[in-house]
Design a binder for this molecule. Structure first.
Ligand code: CP3
Length: 353
């Protein structure tokens, strides 16, 4: 996995899934019966166990740390919870310049000071992955992650999930000075959260800008890209490959790929060979089976997996994934079948001269 992210093409294409942990797994639902989502994220025993569950069950080639993009904001004392079936909800949205001044007065360094539970959870997870990898005879990396400043701002300004992220886009234009203060602060907060995971032992990092697809390329470049670059900066001091992903970002791929990253995550709307051409430089591609295909009959699903793998040949290397997260009602057996189909596939021999 790590070699593929850095640009090598292993014989077997590595695979993991966004949201591979979580409610699609009965063992997750059993473990999460009590307590809130964010309490579970800050409990090292639960967070590490949940992180391992899909690795054991599906045979994927990496774990993704069980946490959430709003965890660093919770650590800083913001009143945020995760509403089941909705997503992050803030009691006090940051809408006005005064709200933003109040929030950005909080010292981002508190993420490190208060991050012991995260460090402990990552350390435990890495140790558990080493045991699991010994059993399997392969190294199993932990992928750490964080939310990009725009996606975090989309929740914090709106106060909760939204379809069009109008509150954030409105602030960007109505008070661009306050907007820039906010995303610069979020960049420092979320960059520290990702760097914390890497220092504790994560082998790769993914920056999720899930909702960046709501922006025009010009607005993305002017109001978002510099903050995303600032978020990646402290992680770059550590020698781990970085992935960047967003949903509906077909028009933004070249701009997102201009960041200092190793791999670009592509959602299911853009074929990987088209994405490779749009990116304009030879990054590893990650993706991009439509999650809806987990519900298709086996022959349809396997044909789609093979199409994605073939399109992935256009890039220097390919890490197989879905085009967004595993749906919570997906059949775990279908996910395991996809892993087996990816592992069984081999690139066709090139025609020899
Ligand atoms: O397996 C993994 O991918 C690792 C864990 C992970 C979670 N959240 C766990 C989670 C990751 C990588 C995230 C990141 C995250 N959180 C993103 C970026 C990824 C993406 O999907 O685009 C975003 C936008 C969030 C915000 C968020 N948190 C949403 C929209 C939701 C879903 C709300 C719901 O109930 O449908 C959450 C909650 C959440 N994060 C769950 C999990 C397992 C479900 C919590 C539960 O058990 O009820």
């Amino acid at each position: 996995m790590v070699r593929a992210l850095r640009g090598d093409r292993p014989e077997v294409t590595p695979v993991w899934f966004m949201r591979q942990a979580g409610r699609s797994l009965p063992e997750y639902r059993a473990l999460r019966r009590r307590g809130t989502m964010l309490e579970a994220c800050l409990d090292p025993a639960i967070a590490s166990e949940v992180t391992l569950q899909p690795v054991r069950r599906h045979g994927v080639d990496a774990a993704v740390f069980f946490s959430d993009i709003v965890v660093p904001l919770k650590l800083l004392g913001l009143d945020v919870e995760i509403a089941a079936g909705r997503g992050p909800v803030f009691t006090e949205p940051a809408r006005t310049a005064a709200d933003i001044a109040r929030v950005t007065a909080i010292d981002p360094a508190l993420v490190d000071e208060r991050g012991d539970a995260i460090v402990e959870a990552v350390r435990r997870t890495v140790a558990m992955l080493a045991d699991e990898g010994d059993r399997r005879g392969e190294a199993l990396p932990l992928i750490g992650f964080a939310g990009a400043p725009f996606t975090l701002a989309a929740y914090l300004v709106e106060g909760g999930p939204s379809k069009d992220h109008l509150a954030a886009r409105r602030l960007m234009h109505a008070d661009s000075a306050a907007w820039h203060d906010l995303v610069a602060w979020l960049a420092e907060v979320t960059g520290r959260f990702l760097a914390l995971q890497v220092r504790a032992g994560a082998s790769a990092g993914q920056l999720f800008d899930s909702w960046a697809g709501a922006l025009s390329p010009a607005d993305y470049r002017a109001h978002v890209l510099p903050a995303s670059a600032a978020a990646l900066e402290p992680v770059r001091a550590h020698d781990v490959p970085l992935i960047h992903f967003g949903v509906g970002t077909g028009e933004l791929l070249a701009d997102m790929a201009s960041l200092d990253i190793d791999a670009i995550g592509v959602d299911y709307r853009v074929p990987l060979d088209v994405a490779r051409a749009r990116v304009g430089r030879d990054l590893t591609v990650q993706g991009n089976l439509d999650p809806a295909l987990l519900f298709a009959p086996e022959p349809v699903r396997t044909a789609a997996v093979e199409r994605v793998l073939t399109e992935g040949l256009a890039a220097r290397a390919h890490v197989f994934n879905l085009g967004h997260g595993v749906p919570m009602d997906a059949d775990p057996d279908a996910i395991g079948d996809v892993v087996r189909a990816v592992h069984a596939w081999r690139a066709p021999e090139r025609a020899r001269p």
